[in-house]
Write a protein that binds this ligand. Structure first.
Ligand code: SAM
Length: 461
């Protein structure tokens, strides 16, 4: 057993029984004594699995079909490239079951909180997304050109270089579909080369789409290593789609694959979309952060508001850390005397100012800084009664945790999109006298294993 067994099993098919789902959306099983993690499984069901690769000391596989009896909670997935595309992991699972599986990730978080504070926080019912499909207002597709040919779509499950061809996406907002189809046809039969991430050759890298449900509009951004005149032609063609309100070009000639907005050129239209959450309007640009599921974001903000009211955490000043385009603070602004938002992305701060003005919010201020660069004294100067922390998936920087916890404000709302790192991120707060009172899961990412959660922390008397 060991490495040689794993090598021998790669490429083979076998019948296995599936166990629980992990945080990556993979179902555990075993084959000839080796751990096999499978996409497309279902707990306590049996199925045929193709072993696709070796992943460290484990095998990775893809379920090809289930054996009878098939659970009533297993659905026919609507997408043709489901299981080869890395975008979704759970289309085959009934949506209410998806929510159950994801909520169970919080068990270890609750256990670790209980160990530290001596009691369990209240786990509130999970709030579902208004729509389980066609919800994403931001999408990123990859153009690639390898020895095997040209590809346009999402990265294959767990792969850096392989892209699965597709000309639609069931997660994307409806008006994006025409754009995806047109760009896919243009690229696969056109003159502009795609990027090869191994050799760093080729031109087109990414197609980034941002949509607004409120306006039914889409912004389109081509990311490429250099300009090519044919991009101007497709950009012109895209403006014939009535929902397209802006087309842009971003140059990225670096080896880094992430979309960097250093050289951003408008080709058509305006770099702005308008969204509505509750009674508030929000202008967002291509560059700034906005929650990817607008309907769920509204539910998330409603829940934050209800939590603050329930625990008497309103009034005084609100410090909205990692504020993006200012949306949470603006949504809550009527409950506070002052709102201070802190955010590192300059364009997002510009959007936050625009949004405060758009909604005639007079009590909001913004600071374009990294949260961890603020000293305890700088943070204290705002005299906050309540703090909202809504960090990126990587969590709060240790320096930020330390200085925020040291302020000892009474109420903290920690919005997490990564339960896995929560125990580590909460440790500083729990050791400085805070108690986690409640956790409210909210689903912003149907068909994927990701889950958002609102944690309410209170300083002990
Ligand atoms: C999960 S988003 C939350 C945005 C906002 N609260 C909302 O609901 O739309 C995290 C935000 O933190 C910003 N960010 C990431 N690291 C940061 C840091 N070290 N300091 C300040 N802002 C940061 C990102 O640009 C992003 O806007």
């Amino acid at each position: 057993m060991g490495r040689n067994t794993r090598k021998k099993l790669k490429g083979q098919s076998a019948t296995v029984k599936f166990g629980n789902m992990n945080w990556k959306g993979l179902f555990s099983s075993s084959l000839e004594g080796e751990t096999l993690m499978v996409t497309g499984g279902y707990p306590e069901s049996e199925g045929e699995v193709l072993v696709t690769r070796i992943d460290g000391k484990k095998l990775r596989g893809r379920r090809t079909h289930f054996l009878e009896p098939v659970s009533e909670f297993i659905n026919q997935p609507p997408c043709e490239v489901f299981l080869s595309c890395g975008g979704c992991k759970l289309q085959h699972v009934d949506y209410t079951k998806q929510l159950q599986f994801k909520t169970s990730f919080l068990d270890t978080v609750i256990c670790s909180i209980e160990k530290s504070q001596g009691n369990k926080p209240e786990l509130k019912a999970t709030i579902a997304s208004p729509r389980p499909f066609s919800y994403r207002n931001k999408m990123e597709f990859t153009f690639s050109e390898l020895r095997e040919g040209r590809f346009f779509g999402m990265h294959a499950d767990g792969s850096f270089g392989t892209v699965v061809n597709t000309n639609s996406c069931h997660l994307a907002l409806e008006p994006m579909q025409k754009v995806i189809q047109l760009v896919s046809e243009w690229y696969l039969s056109g003159n502009v080369s795609g990027y090869n991430p191994y050799r760093h050759t080729g031109i087109l890298r990414h197609l980034v789409l941002r949509g607004s449900e409120y306006e039914n509009k889409v912004l389109v951004n081509f990311v490429a290593t250099e300009w090519h005149e044919d991009i101007a032609h497709i950009a012109q063609k895209l403006t014939e789609i009535s929902e397209v309100s802006g087309v842009f070009f971003t140059k990225n000639a670096s080896v880094s694959d992430s979309v960097i907005y250093e050289e951003f050129t408008p080709l058509h239209g305006e770099n702005r979309l308008r969204e509505k959450l509750g009674n508030y309007l929000f202008d967002v640009s291509m560059q700034s952060f906005f929650q990817v599921n607008t309907g769920s974001a509204e539910r998330l903000y409603q829940q934050i508001e209800e939590t603050l009211i329930e625990y008497g955490a309103t009034g005084g000043a609100l410090l909205d850390l990692y504020c993006g385009a200012g949306s949470i603070g603006i949504y809550l602004s009527s409950h506070f005397n002052d709102v201070i938002g802190v955010e590192e992305v300059t364009e997002a701060i510009a959007d936050a100012h625009t949004n405060a003005e758009l909604n005639q919010i007079k009590n909001a201020k913004y600071l374009n800084r990294k949260v961890e660069s603020l000293s305890e004294e700088e943070l204290r100067a705002w005299g906050a009664k309540t703090i909202i922390l809504d960090p990126p998936r990587s969590g709060c920087h240790p320096k930020a945790r330390k200085s925020v916890a040291a302020l000892k404000v009474k109420h903290i709302i920690y919005v997490s999109c990564n339960p896995r790192i929560l125990p580590e991120n909460l440790a500083e707060f729990l050791s400085t006298g805070y108690e986690v009172i409640s956790i409210r899961p909210v689903d912003l990412f149907p068909q994927t294993p990701h889950l958002e959660a609102i944690l309410y922390l209170r300083l002990k008397e």
